[in-house]
Design a protein around this ligand. Structure first.
Ligand SMILES: NC(=O)c1ccc[n+]([C@@H]2O[C@H](COP(=O)([O-])OP(=O)(O)OC[C@H]3O[C@@H](n4cnc5c(N)ncnc54)[C@H](OP(=O)(O)O)[C@@H]3O)[C@@H](O)[C@H]2O)c1
Length: 348
């Protein structure tokens, strides 16, 4: 198959590109050449800013069997791509997100759940408040332009090697620190160990997306993992067992953490308060029915650790994403929790 990936050099797109080549597809990548320049010399690269000039897609004779769009954040980007690719592409797949849903109050929410709306649909900034609503508009633009050849994939939290957000990676690093330094062996585990958790290895998401491009699947499908529901306790225990057998998990109550100003999702990645836990219980029945396979979490964690350890040191002045508690703050929280009048630590 001749496959066009918009993006393809960073995280999800990077894995898609690798797997597409592994499966013998003829690959074209369109990107600006900023992220990981020089990656995949064996593919065709169209260096272009999708916001400025897509004329390279419209030269006579160009045609792709499928296009996967990994980096559309504004509906105008999808419309411009739709116009450039008119008559030049078969299947079109948009990478959307489960953040399109208006709210997460019901566990097991499927693809028919109500969608977010934007007070200002023309907004030009992607923020925590606008991201989901803008993706809803991207989805509508994709259906308008690509009609019955369009698949909208809605991933949940993507994890694994090359993750630029450092969310799951923070837990991996935290466990490795617990193993390396006895003083850091007590790991603050947030909330309820029985709380649900969903995330999907980016390589499994890429494999499923590629399969759908090969099959020409259409519609709208949530893309999350693992196949069997899991919990924060199981996730952290897997990480502990695989990476830091000497670590001890100290479970700290949700109300205490929130009162201390600890931010769910960013200060302690993956952790959501109970009121938002439906976000970690999205229905993935359609993805499983169409061939989604999820590798064991321990494999994701081990591969993420190996990738993280292989990363070159950051250039001077460069910053990694600001996620995860600083060690001192984590120690203070553990001490305060221990000293709290009611409820002590539950150490396992
Ligand atoms: N991370 C998660 O947990 C998560 C969860 C749900 C959904 N998603 C969705 O998954 C996708 C993330 O995939 P990703 O990490 O591979 O992609 P990404 O980081 O959003 O995009 C990066 C790719 O797009 C290219 N790109 C960015 N802006 C461009 C532009 N203006 N013109 C041309 N190319 C451009 C980049 O190359 P250059 O920089 O060289 O141009 C790079 O190849 C996004 O759509 C996101 O909304 C992510």
């Amino acid at each position: 198959m001749r496959l066009l990936i918009i993006g393809g050099t960073r995280f999800l797109g990077r894995h898609l590109a690798q797997q597409a080549m592994d499966r013998g597809h003829e690959l074209t990548l369109l990107h600006r050449g900023r992220s990981n320049p020089g990656l995949y010399p064996q593919a065709e690269h169209i260096l272009a800013d999708r916001d400025a000039d897509l004329s390279a897609l419209t030269t006579p004779g160009r045609h792709w069997d499928a296009a996967i769009d990994t980096c559309a954040y504004f509906p105008r980007q999808v419309r411009a791509l739709g116009a450039a690719l008119a008559g030049r592409v078969g299947h079109y797949q948009l990478v959307s997100t489960i953040s399109v849903y208006a709210e997460f109050t019901q566990p097991g929410q499927d693809e028919t759940a109500p969608l977010a709306t934007l007070a200002e649909p023309e907004v030009q900034a992607v923020t925590g408040e606008t991201y989901g609503g803008l993706k809803v508009l991207c989805e509508a633009a994709a259906r308008e332009h690509f009609g019955d050849r369009c698949l909208v994939a809605r991933p949940g939290l993507l994890v694994g090697p090359h993750d630029p957000t450092d969310r799951c990676t923070w837990w991996v690093r935290r466990m490795l620190r617990a193993q390396a330094q006895a003083a850091d062996s007590e790991v603050l585990a947030p909330g309820d160990p029985a709380a649900p958790v969903q995330c999907i290895d980016c390589r499994d998401a890429a494999a499923w997306m590629l399969l759908q491009a090969e099959r020409g699947t259409t519609g709208t499908i949530n893309l999350d993992g693992p196949a069997d529901p899991t919990t924060m306790g199981a996730f952290l225990e897997s990480a502990r067992a695989a990476l830091a057998p000497q670590a001890r998990l100290s479970w700290v109550g949700e109300a205490f953490l929130l009162a201390q100003g600890v931010a769910p999702w960013s200060d302690l990645p993956l952790w959501l308060p109970q009121a938002s836990s439906a976000m970690h219980q999205v229905s993935i029945a359609r993805a499983l029915a169409t061939g989604l396979q999820c590798r064991p979490m321990v494999q994701t964690l081990a591969d993420t650790a190996a990738w993280d350890l292989s990363r070159p040191p950051l250039a001077e002045g460069a910053m990694r994403p600001a996620v995860g508690l600083a060690p001192e703050r984590e120690r203070q929280l553990l001490e305060a929790w221990r000293g709290a009048a009611e409820g002590g630590p539950r150490v396992r």
